[in-house]
Design a protein around this ligand. Structure first.
Ligand code: DC
Length: 224
């Protein structure tokens, strides 16, 4: 049994996983690991090299060229791809689609599995993603499946994009989100699904503070 505690937070796009997981990690003094950012970084490299998100052979050919480093600056996770900080570049709607596409490939998931597990071997972590409780950290002491209605999730994502000054349409955000959830849930390897021992938390009607408090209450109950 590891001497470190792992908290796994999974769920569909826009459920607020990053916001909640980051806040909980801060409160608990744990390391926050955003695994979606790692898939986004792989997607970004494939896009840079002109390889499509569903090009199985192309991705398999290039995956060994991907060198990912994760650095923390003031508690913020920075993604370093082959020596370059791409933290900002991976946060676009196009990269969301790319990440979802490449993440369905077995070679990509195999490539990233140990990198994610290594964090939990060395730190207390709050890790968020799609398969953390089911595949990456099946022995996590706390597992939460965070969700909200598609409309509420699209509204949050739309507001986030608008705040960043990006032109977006709510309808398009909703459509892209549903498409991505379908792709992430229906893929063969490590699909998005609630672990049997995860606590389901629907945040549709909650503020960020209420959701964070609810997660912390679950954590305290589980850890005793
Ligand atoms: O959490 P996010 O939106 O940044 O994730 C981007 C994509 O990466 C998501 O659509 C599916 C994939 N992903 C995954 O397959 N497994 C994870 N643990 C995290 C993300």
């Amino acid at each position: 049994m590891s001497k470190f505690v792992s908290i796994a937070i999974d769920g569909p796009a826009g459920a607020g996983k990053s916001t909640m997981a980051r806040a909980c990690a801060k409160e608990l003094g744990y390391l926050y690991v955003d695994t979606g950012a790692i898939y986004r970084t792989v997607g970004y490299y494939m896009r840079l090299m002109g390889v499509g998100p569903k090009d199985k052979d192309g991705i398999a050919r290039l995956i060994d060229e991907v060198n990912i480093d994760i650095r923390y600056e003031d508690g913020v996770q920075h993604m370093i791809l082959n020596g370059t900080d791409v933290t900002g570049e991976i946060r676009t709607p196009e990269m969301s689609k790319y990440a979802s596409g490449v993440s369905a490939q077995k070679c990509v998931r195999d490539f990233l599995l140990d990198m994610q597990r290594a964090f939990a071997r060395k730190h207390n972590v709050v890790m968020d993603g799609r398969d953390i409780g089911t595949v990456v950290l099946p022995k996590a002491q706390v597992k939460i499946f965070l969700t909200a209605s598609p409309e509420e999730r699209a509204k949050r994502r739309f507001e986030e994009l608008t705040e960043k000054g990006e032109k977006a349409s709510y309808e398009k955000v909703l459509q892209d989100m549903k498409q991505r959830d379908k792709q992430d849930s229906e893929r063969t390897i490590a699909p998005l699904k609630q672990a049997a021992d995860a606590v389901l938390l629907d945040t549709s009607d909650d503020t960020v503070k209420q959701s964070v408090d609810a997660i912390l209450a679950i954590v305290r109950r589980k850890l005793g």
